[in-house]
Design a protein around this ligand. Structure first.
Ligand code: Q0N
Length: 286
């Protein structure tokens, strides 16, 4: 890390250049809710997300190439291939939530996909849909139609990104559902390598890039509890916080409960004890 050049920060992650071909992606323990990063960390959250993402990368390599080169012993840093990132967010929705639900309620469509009439909030969709968004440099990503996305990346790239995104989502959603977790939707970021091949980048199929719902509490017709952030959301609602910066400090019981939920998601999905991951992160690659 001594000569790694800091390239940028996400809300909860940092990106460094290692050399011309490699990046270092470091996941912090920061947590955001209602789009605000809170002042209190969730210990091990960065390790949980890094481990989960690496777990999925290892298991989806036959579906789609990805940027993962190595997992560092700290469990929160990954060495990645440096790509040329596409200027779109590749979102797949299997259920009607968030901006998808909002758009459906006002237009009957999501990103140009006409959906059946009469769907309720959080309903399962007849089939997963690809709902691209533009990467907003500040503020919120904006949903766009397939035609708009194809104009940004080219029709052929668009079709390939759509096919790969749906295949990845389908694989992970089926896998997670068998372990009691609904992946309602997820966001992928793809790039191209020097040979022009599409490669999955960023983090993938984590609770930060997806909506994870506890399957045993699934009840369409309203918003669903979040598998990972529900204690945080409930606490924030209770304080009467207006959801603008700065957010509230979290009490120790909310921190502990939230940390336990992240670890539970990791262990349910991977079938690996989190303590084994901390001891040797390579266990998720097997
Ligand atoms: C890249 N972002 C957006 C980390 C995540 N493999 C790559 N090659 C080139 N660029 C990127 C990647 C990746 N992943 C991805 N920015 C650059 C998300 N960032 C925001 C900051 O934290």
């Amino acid at each position: 890390m001594t000569d790694a050049v800091h390239l940028g920060s996400g809300k909860v992650r940092e990106l460094y250049a290692l050399d011309a071909e490699r990046l270092l992606l470091v996941a912090s323990d920061r947590i955001s809710t209602f789009d605000v990063v809170l002042p209190t960390d969730i210990p091990d959250k960065g390790r949980v997300l890094t481990g989960l993402s690496a777990f999925w990368f290892a298991r989806t390599r036959s579906l789609c190439a990805n940027h993962l080169l190595a997992l560092r012993p700290d469990g929160r840093s990954t060495e990645c291939r440096r790509l040329q990132m596409l200027p779109i967010e590749c979102v797949v929705r299997g259920y009607l939530a968030g901006s998808g639900w909002k758009d459906y309620r006002t237009t009957g469509e999501v990103c140009g996909h006409r959906l059946p009439a009469g769907l309720k909030e959080s309903d399962k969709l007849p089939t997963p849909i690809f709902t691209p968004a533009t990467k907003a440099t500040s503020g919120h990503d904006e949903n766009i139609t397939g035609a708009q996305a194809a104009a940004l990346v080219g029709a052929e790239r668009f079709a390939e990104a759509e096919r790969l995104s749906i295949a990845l989502y389908q694989f992970a959603a089926d896998y997670a559902r068998a372990r009691g977790i609904i992946i309602a939707d997820t966001k992928f970021e793809f790039g191209t390598d020097r040979d022009g091949r599409l490669v999955l980048g960023d983090e993938a199929l984590t609770p930060d890039s997806s909506r994870f719902w506890p399957a045993d509490q699934y009840a369409p017709g309203g918003a669903q509890p979040s598998f990972d952030k529900q204690y945080v959301r409930d606490f924030c609602e209770k304080t009467g916080w207006n959801k603008t910066y700065p957010g509230p400090e979290l009490p120790t019981d909310v921190v502990a409960g939230t940390r336990a939920r992240y670890i539970e998601a990791f262990e349910r999905l991977t079938g690996i004890a989190f303590a084994r991951y901390v001891d040797n992160p390579q266990v998720v690659l097997g």
